[in-house]
Design a protein around this ligand. Structure first.
Ligand SMILES: [Zn+2]
Length: 422
């Protein structure tokens, strides 16, 4: 092997170890998009559910792909995972495994999100649904935090929060719960029904959080953006806001900058999921906005100034929006340039076939992210989290994370310098 090649291989090795050891977070990840493939096959077989294959390899070829044709193609995967998440036992197991998968790659803080209204039904009410997810996560947390290295303070403990997702819109066949909801409101306009379902969810979550002490930390809005404006869901967000539930919104994923503006003003969003079209002045539709270029510039400025964080999901964006083409054309470069607060997230570990490590590697390779810029970005994932403790506890936790990061970084720099010399 030529010298430079062996050097390169050695560097890749050290880099891999560095990425494994640094504390990482994931603030945007859907539980139903992150079910272990083997578990899905096993549970579906048991429940006699139809899947294109019942083997890990088969599912990884036929259902979970490297590239998808469109958002619709991508979303089809959820039609296969949600049906195995309808009992407390399955939901707990899937959550436990999800937490383990995060722990195994050194993700010590995760905010897992899901839409309870896809799971609530005859077998589980709201409380049971949320409790099952929390129980699974907690079991993995307890096991890991018992590790002597965590107990001694050498490694940051594993912490988690739950974000509940409301749906911008829904129709028949979405879930048992939504069907019942539609049946009970046959005379109302769809817009009002969607808003009411979100409001009911916000109330159920605040109630469950306060009654059971489950770390429900945030409220999210997911689903088709076009034609379903965020402002329709204002009463739900107002209720969540009033009860100190943090807010994030999937916005600017498939729709323009105005959708992001609505999320951060009408819905009080502290963070924005994707925010892909933040800079797309050609997507501004409001005739009252006379200068879309200036509007976009001011919006970016507003977001940067208030440290509203964009949850960036590189792989997922490329898969659901093939028009981006190449990762080098992803708007993340512009976000970095505008000094926005951003964090790297997976969106869906299984559906997107990714991990936090993979997303960081992608960002490093394609956006020249390294050194302090990399550290700042990763630390933002902790600082801008909806940490389920007091502010003092959060500060202490983030401090521990930074200390650990700096220690690993120092070790890495030393090894890299020795490799260069030797
Ligand atoms: Zn998402």
């Amino acid at each position: 092997m030529p010298l430079y090649k062996s050097l390169e291989t050695a560097f890749i090795g050290i880099m891999k170890e560095f990425l494994k050891k640094i504390p990482k977070s994931d603030l945007h990840v859907h539980l139903d998009g992150s079910v272990r493939v083997g578990t899905l096959a096993e549970l579906a077989k048991k429940q006699k559910l139809k899947l294109p294959s019942y083997t890990v390899d088969g599912l990884n070829k036929l259902l979970f792909k490297d590239q998808y044709e469109s958002l619709v193609d991508y979303l089809q995967c959820f039609g296969s995972t949600i049906p195995v998440m309808q009992t407390p036992e399955n939901l707990e197991r899937i959550s436990y495994e999800f937490a383990q998968d995060n722990i195994n790659e050194g993700v010590c803080y995760v905010e897992v999100r899901f839409a309870p209204q896809f799971h609530v039904g005859k077998k589980m009410d709201f409380e049971k649904t949320l409790q099952s997810v929390s129980k699974g996560m907690e079991r993995a947390q307890k096991e890991y935090n018992n590790n002597p290295k965590v107990k001694s303070g050498e490694l940051p403990p594993f912490c988690f929060g739950i974000i509940v997702c409301a749906m911008r819109a829904f129709g028949r066949g979405f879930s048992q719960y939504f069907d019942t909801f539609l049946d009970a409101h046959v005379y109302s306009e769809p817009k009002m029904i969607h808003a009411l379902a979100s409001y009911e969810l916000a109330k159920a979550c605040v109630h469950t959080r306060d009654k059971l002490g489950i770390p429900i930390v945030g409220f999210d809005l997911a689903g088709a953006e076009a034609g379903n404006p965020a402002e329709d869901h204002k009463p739900a967000y107002q209720f969540a806001h009033k009860h100190f539930l943090h807010a994030t919104v999937h916005a600017g994923e498939a729709y323009g900058p105005e959708s992001i503006f609505q999320a951060i003003t009408d819905l009080y969003a502290d963070r924005v999921g994707h925010g892909y079209y933040l800079f797309a002045d050609d997507k501004v539709t409001d005739p009252e906005i006379k200068n879309p270029k200036a509007y976009v510039r001011q919006l970016a400025q507003y977001i940067a100034d208030r440290r509203i964080t964009i949850e960036v999901c590189l792989t997922s964006n490329l898969q659901t929006n093939p028009s981006i083409g190449d990762i080098s054309k992803h708007q993340f470069a512009k976000m970095l340039e505008a000094k926005l607060s951003t964090t790297l997230c997976t969106d869906n570990r299984t559906v997107s076939k990714t991990s936090v490590t993979k997303e960081i590697t992608l960002a490093m390779k394609n956006f020249n992210l390294k050194g302090d810029a990399l550290k700042d970005l990763l630390v933002y994932g902790f600082k801008r989290s909806f940490f389920p403790g007091t502010y003092a506890e959060k500060r202490k936790y983030v401090r521990g994370v930074i200390d650990r990061y700096e220690l690993v970084e120092k070790e890495y720099n030393k090894r890299a310098a020795a490799k260069k010399k030797g």
